[in-house]
Design a protein around this ligand. Structure first.
Ligand SMILES: Cc1ncc(COP(=O)(O)O)c(C=O)c1O
Length: 342
């Protein structure tokens, strides 16, 4: 049976156009000087985000880590929404490599986000010399483990203002910032106002085989380049990957199609009596009685998902058509009552 892979939007295959662009890419040694294709990609993404400069890095984790290393010193504390990727899914590098003590903020502002008042409270005021200094707020838009939830421009502006009033720097993990902007119908630059650094992924939903960009001011990106090298992320002819990234950006206007696929999945499951929330973007988290049992049962009918806490996660992407979503629903209907909680 042909598997329908809904585990993540990272399972996509590079398109023929990406492969052709990779083969034809103009490249140079990005450690000695600049790779011209990477430089072009960096300029394009910085422009899209309304920031001064960008630096290509192999992965989202490295982009986040470089940003945290830019902002944190040992003895600092950083704040992030509960279940943020930087807190639980990057092996604690924010603490042991960037030197910051993490503090999770509960989602009192809505799924995936704290309130500005929480930020103010958590930032506190300077204590005696032996206490942690809170210096950074790390936001995540969309928030993966909240179910691809979007922080609106107004909410984000208020969170950034609270952070700035408390003298905190702000890093935005925008692995799927593209999806937030598409859902809100605003330009990407509307979601980077006031933030110091942003990380965006080309491999989540856009189809590039690898690559992220960390973005911010020119001086910050000059330092970020040193940190990338320190972490072993200085690549030579990286333009081969950058060329795929440039093609991947052409998919931005079509992201709403993937949001519609996630919505159709939710509506179909609800029609079977399953408690599926209506997703805001391309991530659908469905709470089920036993996630591991549900994932295994779905796998047996060729529908691939991942367990996320007490839920199973579906992420439709560009390699799946609406017809694949309909087929997945047909395969899942008999399981609605046995393991999907209907
Ligand atoms: C919100 C978020 N940030 C960062 C990352 C890390 O990206 P990568 O897997 O490219 O290291 C992910 C990966 O899924 C993510 O969902």
């Amino acid at each position: 049976m042909r598997p329908i892979d809904l585990r993540s939007d990272t399972v996509t295959q590079p398109t023929a156009e990406m492969r052709a662009a990779m083969a034809a890419a103009e490249v140079g040694d990005d450690v000695l000087e600049r790779d011209p294709t990477l430089a072009r990609l960096e300029a394009r993404v910085a422009d899209l985000l309304g920031l001064e400069a960008a630096l290509w890095v192999p992965s989202g984790c490295m982009g986040n880590l470089i940003a945290l290393m830019l902002h944190l010193r040992r003895g600092d504390r950083f704040l992030a929404p509960a279940q943020a990727h930087v807190l639980g899914s990057e092996l604690g590098t924010g603490a042991w490599l960037a030197g910051g003590m993490p503090e999770a903020l509960a989602w009192e502002g809505g799924p995936g986000r704290p309130t500005p008042a929480q930020v103010t409270r958590a930032a506190g005021s300077a204590g005696p010399y032996y206490t942690l200094r809170t210096t950074l707020l790390c936001l995540e838009n969309t928030h993966n483990f909240a179910g691809g939830t979007v922080t609106s421009q107004a909410d984000q502006r208020a969170l950034v203002a609270a952070a700035k009033a408390a003298n905190l720097a702000v890093h935005l993990d925008g692995a799927r910032l593209w999806h937030a902007a598409a859902a809100l119908g605003v330009p990407l630059s509307a979601l980077t106002e006031g933030v110091d650094t942003v990380q965006v992924c080309l491999s989540k939903g856009l189809g590039a085989p690898m690559g992220s960009l960390v973005c911010g001011s020119m001086p910050a990106m000059i330092e970020a380049r040193r940190l990338r090298k320190m972490l072993g992320g200085g690549v030579r002819q990286g333009g081969v990957m950058g060329a795929a990234g440039l093609v991947a950006l052409d998919y931005l206007p079509r992201l709403a199609e993937d949001h519609a696929k996630a919505r159709r999945l939710a509506e179909g499951l609800r029609a079977f009596g399953v408690q599926a929330p209506l997703p805001e973007t391309n991530i659908l988290l469905v709470p089920v009685p036993q996630a591991s049992v549900a994932v295994a049962a779905l796998e047996a009918v060729g529908v691939r998902t991942l367990p996320v806490g007490p839920a199973i996660r579906f992420i439709p992407h560009r390699d799946l058509a609406m017809a694949d979503i309909e087929e997945a629903l047909v395969r899942m209907e008999p399981l609605a009552h046995t393991c999907l909680g209907a």
